[in-house]
Write a protein that binds this ligand. Structure first.
Ligand code: UDP
Length: 333
């Protein structure tokens, strides 16, 4: 049997593919290459270029390949963009997942591991955030992911598709060998922007607000190494294949770093100055997001080992400094 990885040419999906192959799984990748990169696709996978919203296309893959489980990374994921283009987010994320689930029902594929987000919680009343806290997204991106989770819940009750939804906090770092890494165009994520500034690709970077109710006034986030994050996906897959019940788990490292602390860490790791300016708050940004990942540790047996923020920054820097143009010009959109 094969695992279908939707979005396997993207940052997180490509890291999942590499670990699945390392574990001896057969992997089929689907990606429309809108934000993914052809060069990030592992040479050992069967690759289909196409869009999740195309039911005939997705159904034809289930008909051709023997797939027992889906890892779903194919979604738009930018908070700022989601506030400007909410309907695009509902179309690609929510409708895309609707089509996927319909194809899974028709093909009798029973397991899905889903990329969700801390943005489903919104501005939490208490930290660290546990999975039983209320969900009140402050941005369209989080709202679409919450809707996709609800869609899976009701699809399970009608059709028996089992799901694990993994609510990511801030994913960063890269595979230790630096053969794949983070390359978004345009880039909006904090760690790559800091490192692009370190590489002099930006004259300066902007801190989005320093008047939040946090110790240094800048937003606090919980950064998790992409390789630790993927470990949890593989455990979730095993859990579902062993008849685990559908559930939702946070994936973070239970520690918060402010934007200013991240910049200081990068200055130490890179030895570069990294000029900054203070700008306005970005719409939709909660002030503090810190996970409790105790449930994933307890039930999935997750044991993140790369939780040191310096290690996360070093692995990200290893990728960025050896790939200053990311996947290169041929991959530009
Ligand atoms: N951020 C910033 N400047 C940037 C990019 C991000 O100050 O150029 C801040 C952003 O406001 C947030 C944090 O860094 O508080 C992490 O943002 P990112 O977009 O990486 O992830 P998100 O938390 O939105 O998922």
């Amino acid at each position: 049997m094969s695992v279908l990885v939707l979005g396997g040419a993207g940052y997180i999906g490509s890291h999942a593919v590499h670990q699945l192959i390392d574990q001896g799984e057969e992997v089929v990748v689907v990606d429309n290459l809108t934000t993914g990169h052809r060069s990030a696709i592992h040479p050992q996978v069967t690759f289909y270029e196409g869009d999740l919203r195309d039911l005939d296309f997705i159904s034809s893959i289930f008909a051709k390949e023997k797939i027992d489980a889906v890892l779903h990374f194919a979604a738009n994921s930018l908070v700022g963009e989601s506030m400007e283009k909410p309907l695009q987010y509902f179309d690609n994320n929510v409708y895309g997942t609707q089509v996927l689930l319909q194809a899974m029902v028709e093909a009798n594929v029973k397991y899905i591991v889903f990329s969700s987000t801390a943005a489903t919680y919104g501005e939490p009343k208490t930290v660290p955030i546990t999975e039983n806290l209320p969900t009140n997204p402050t941005n369209t991106y989080g709202e679409t992911k919450l809707t996709m989770e609800k869609m899976m819940k009701w699809t399970e009750s009608a059709h028996g598709i089992k799901y694990v939804s993994l609510r990511y906090f801030n994913v960063a770092g890269a595979r230790e060998t630096a053969e794949i890494g983070e390359d978004h165009r345009p880039e909006t994520h904090l760690v790559p922007i800091i490192l692009q500034t370190a590489l002099n690709q930006r004259e300066y970077m902007t801190i989005f607000g320093d008047d939040y109710d946090t110790p240094d006034g800048t937003c606090v986030r919980d950064y998790v190494h992409v390789e630790d994050l993927i470990d949890a996906h593989l455990l979730a897959l095993e859990y579902l294949r062993n008849n685990g019940k559908s559930d939702i788990f946070n994936l973070g490292s239970n520690q918060g770093f402010s934007v200013k602390e991240m910049i200081e860490t990068a200055r130490t790791v890179t030895g570069k100055e990294i000029p900054v300016k203070i700008g306005k708050r970005r719409a939709g940004d909660p002030s503090t997001l810190i996970a409790s990942s105790e449930k994933a540790k307890r039930i999935l047996g997750w044991n993140p080992t790369r939780t040191d923020i310096t290690k996360i920054m070093e692995d990200a820097w290893n990728w960025h400094s050896t790939h200053p143009t990311g996947y290169g010009k041929e991959d530009e959109a």
